[in-house]
Design a protein around this ligand. Structure first.
Ligand code: ARG
Ligand code: ZN
Length: 893
């Protein structure tokens, strides 16, 4: 059944308080749920319908008396409740089986410890409830369990009582009682029970209040908790400093579990995390892991205000909390950077995610607005569109009202809505109302099309210089392709930041015709019409335009730029984003030409001008290593594919690999230099400068191994293997291992075996080991057989989402040339795995089901074979709603 946004109605009942008593047992957990409810006076009197899923119902009492009820599917329906608006008590007693919960939604067991995941609709798997985010209640939770097996008992809020349970039958059992002082929707409920240890830290807020911060992990993982704790402390300080938002709890807990469907969950005061986003030390985690932990810890912490204090009215408003909170975690990571260059690197990385993952989503069968209009399964809408594009939509609001204006808007948002469940409209309205003279306020209804219209807008830019009048005119026009269910699009409000460079590469002081105030060197143009021209005056010589600086809007920019202009921007643009972008465009242009060329793929797609430019960046005396690494990395195969109408994954791969080989060979001496200059970085610290140096050294090593493959040289592979053996941190070690595997050197086998031996007890490192092999470049179809072997490896566990992703997703989602095979064996493998995983974990299966989203763009024979594989999945009668929705949309029209 399809749920529609326009069908929203307020709940017929409110739940004011909830008292839960759990008797925790993996096989049969007993849940006593005592609620105080009252009818919602604004809604016609009707039956109470409580959501439930996979529960065994034992007893229902109303005001202490037995009462009649019926079941409508899995919904519990109570028709004869007390009339009038007085509160009444409802007591429901159920049991569930956490050890059989393979979906990892609701209450489940992971390695002997109880965890919960309730967002979006998991609470109904714990007890019958009004499982919707606009029902906010006060919770009191008592946990009872065996003391030896479950010494730690946690839930939301404050611990008010704990001790041994008295009485016969309770030998060896204890309890803990938790009271959450804040009202919350049930999706923010959490409990944890198990044998865990905690790193603790007390922090004092500006107000003087003391807080206890805790990071709970399994025994033996304590030495991997320092970075998460530091990230949490930074998060607390940052939210208070940047947004005036303090921690509102006496204690704030993070708990790590190795079985988790997503990244982490912002349960009030008790965040539950995938171990991947908590555990790190220099021996086991890479720089990327450290950075991800910082941003996910921040993300979940920032939800405490944007999500928890102010929550969503309904799940169509998901981006209200997710887009905003991603924006906040991006700003947090940027603000922690010491230099403007490091901030720019973070921005480029974020845009890269948007373009390689969200743009394809927005152009495919699952395209949906940031605020969707309908869904079958809400879990399918925790997407890069809702998260990352949603963050860009918030970012544009900040751009239109300025940083201070945005802060005023946030203040007003909390003034108005603290404690409420609200909509995306309420958010944008608050930002606009706090800035009445801004472009956002003036254009608000049109701006909100970013929430309602799917698809990536295309901005076409063209410049004209008139030497006689010394004027430069930039014409911008916009369009947007149709998406499923939206044939016609109305124009968006698109903020386009523009600069003009002179022949020396200096920024011009900009002056728009008709304006008296000079515009500085970067001018924000706000495009609202289908087309508009902007004329700058006093431009002495023909300038080189730098358009969409900082990626000021999530759009595709079309602009006929000569190689000379792009090379000029790459050499000089003061905007680091566009400087990087110029290099990407030069590379992309060459890749596309080679892909489109008749006959066999050209052997040398790169010309000397390009190679020289790359060399200049690599050897540049002033640029940061991190930035150089980004410039010298070619656009991803998936990004290249998006630029083409018909996609031949083999051809794209072959061309990109040829380009990499050429870059490796032509810049050989420069890579040697880069390696020597950046390989030593002293004691490991996960901060931007040395992170950038390690990234560039890693790229250099990869290139040197590629060059060695062509020349038959054995020195560099040998040095690389040595690095696998003696690197003192995981970043350097893994980069070396990956250089050998990617170049396909004979030493890769040994190196992989050695690496496995070293880390056989480190689950997160083994995930990397699996992922590297499943994502390795295909050589004559060798990856699929290797993947099949990995599935049979004793360390492979299909039911563990991280491990399943490390092999299956790395192959199907991240290794196009190995996955798209002429014999269709990759697709058969994919459909088998989707069907297999769907029998026990629909959420993970449904993510995998999206690997063939873009099948309609594929060249034959891939296209027909892909459709057949999707149809094969769709033909299974008892699919989950999750997978059913994805394959149905994929096959539509
Ligand atoms: N709210 C979480 C976050 O973004 C994500 C939880 C999504 N879980 C799910 N099963 N859909 O931080
Ligand atoms: Zn989130």
């Amino acid at each position: 059944t399809v749920i529609r946004r326009e069908d929203y109605t307020p709940p017929a009942y409110w739940v004011d308080t909830v008292e839960l008593i759990f008797d925790l047992d993996p096989a049969k957990t007993r849940v006593l749920n005592r609620m105080r409810l009252r009818r919602n006076p604004d809604v016609p009197a009707q039956a109470l319908r409580l959501d439930g899923d996979d529960l065994n119902l034992a007893r229902v009492l109303v005001n202490g008396q037995g009462c009649s009820f019926k079941m409508d599917g899995s919904t519990l329906v109570l028709e004869s409740l007390p009339e009038g608006h007085e509160p009444f008590e409802l007591e429901i007693f159920t049991t569930c089986a956490p050890e059989k919960n393979t979906q990892l939604m609701g209450l489940y067991v992971s390695q002997g410890t109880f965890f919960t995941q309730c967002e979006a609709e998991g609470f109904r798997r714990i007890t019958y409830f009004l499982d919707r985010p606009d029902v906010m209640a006060s919770y009191t939770v008592t946990l009872r369990a065996d003391k030896a097996r479950y010494p730690v008992l946690l839930s939301n809020g404050n611990l008010v009582e704990s001790g041994d349970l008295p009485g016969p039958g309770n030998e060896g059992r204890h309890f803990a009682k938790w009271v959450d002082p804040h009202k919350k929707p049930c999706y923010l409920f959490a409990l944890v029970a198990g044998n865990l240890v905690a790193r603790e830290q007390r922090v004092r807020a500006r107000s003087g209040q003391e807080h206890l911060l805790q990071v709970y992990v399994r025994q033996g993982d304590m030495d991997k908790t320092e970075h998460a704790m530091n990230s949490l402390i930074h998060s607390v300080i940052w939210d208070e400093a940047r947004f005036g938002l303090p921690l509102d709890l006496e204690r704030f807990m993070i708990v790590a579990t190795s079985d988790f469907n997503m990244g982490a969950m912002e349960n009030k005061g008790l965040n539950i995390f995938n171990t991947k986003y908590v555990l790190a030390n220099s021996a086991t985690a890479t720089d990327t892991d450290f950075a991800n932990i910082e941003s996910v810890v921040g993300h979940e912490y920032f939800h405490n205000w944007t999500g928890n204090r102010v929550t969503c009215r309904d799940w169509f408003q998901l981006s209200l909390k997710e887009g905003l909170t991603v924006f906040r975690d991006q700003e947090f990571s940027m603000d922690l950077c010491a230099t403007p260059s490091a901030r720019a690197v973070k921005r480029i990385e974020d845009v890269r995610v948007l373009r390689t993952a969200q743009f394809p989503e927005d152009a495919g069968p699952m395209a949906h607005p940031v605020r969707p209009d309908s869904y079958v399964e809400i879990n399918n809408f925790y997407t890069v569109t809702v998260y990352e594009k949603g963050a860009e939509v918030v970012r544009m609001q900040q751009t239109l009202v300025g940083r201070e204006g945005f802060r005023r808007g946030m203040d007003l948002y909390f003034q108005r809505h603290d404690g409420q469940a609200v909509t995306c409209d309420d958010f944008a309205q608050a930002i606009a109302d706090a800035n009445p003279d801004s472009d956002l306020a003036r254009l608000l209804p049109q701006f909100k099309r970013w929430y309602s219209q799917a698809g990536t807008p295309r901005v076409h830019a063209s410049g004209h210089y008139d030497a006689a009048t010394q004027r430069y005119t930039l014409t911008l026009s916009q369009s947007c392709e149709a998406t499923p269910g939206q044939a016609e699009k109305q124009p968006f409000v698109i903020p386009v930041a523009v600069g003009l460079l002179d022949a020396q590469g200096q920024d011009l002081a900009l002056q728009l015709v008709g304006e008296t105030v000079p515009a500085g060197t970067t001018r924000l143009l706000v495009l609202t019409e289908p087309q508009h021209s902007y004329t700058f005056e006093g431009v002495a010589t023909e300038p080189v335009p730098s358009v969409l600086r900082g990626f000021s809007a999530p759009v595709l920019l079309d602009m006929a730029q000569s190689d000379a202009h792009l090379l000029h921007l790459l050499a000089h643009d003061s905007d680091p984003f566009n400087r990087w972008e110029a290099g990407q465009r030069l590379a992309l242009r060459r890749a596309l030409a080679a892909i489109r060329a008749e006959g066999p793929a050209p052997t040398a797609p790169l010309d000397n001008a390009f190679l020289d430019a790359m060399r200049s960046v690599l050897r540049h005396p002033a640029l940061d290593a991190a930035f150089k690494e980004l410039v010298l990395t070619l656009p991803a195969e998936s990004y290249i594919a998006e630029q083409l109408d018909v996609v031949d994954p083999q051809r794209i791969h072959a061309v990109r690999e040829t380009m990499r080989q050429q870059l490796a060979n032509a810049l050989f001496d420069d890579w040697v230099w880069a390696w020597e200059q950046h390989k030593d970085n002293g004691a490991y610290r996960p901060e931007p400068v040395s992170t950038g140096r390690r990234a560039l050294a890693g790229l250099a090593l990869g290139m040197l191994c590629l060059a060695a493959r062509d020349s038959g040289d054995t020195v560099w592979p040998g040095k690389t293997y040595q690095r696998v053996k003696d690197a003192d941190n995981m970043t350097d070690r893994f980069n070396a291992l990956s250089a050998l595997v990617v170049s396909g050197h004979a030493l890769a086998r040994d190196a992989l075996a050695r690496f496995h031996t070293l880390f056989k007890n480190e689950a997160l490192v083994l995930d990397k080991w699996f992922a590297l092999q499943a994502g390795a470049p295909d050589r004559g179809g060798n990856v699929l057989p290797a993947v099949r072997q990995l599935l049979a490896h004793p360390d492979f566990h299909l039911k563990n989402p991280n491990r399943a992703r490390s092999v299956i997703f790395s192959y199907c989602n991240a290794n196009p040339a190995a996955f798209h095979r002429e014999d269709a064996a990759g697709y058969v493998f994919w459909s088998d795995r989707v069907l297999e995983i769907d029998t026990f974990n629909p959420q993970v299966a449904s993510r995998l089901a999206r690997a063939l989203d873009r099948w309609k763009k594929l060249a034959e024979p891939y296209r027909s074979a892909a459709r057949e594989a999707i149809a094969r999945v769709a033909a299974k009668p008892d699919l989950s709603n999750d997978v059913r929705e994805v394959v149905t949309r994929s096959l539509a029209d």
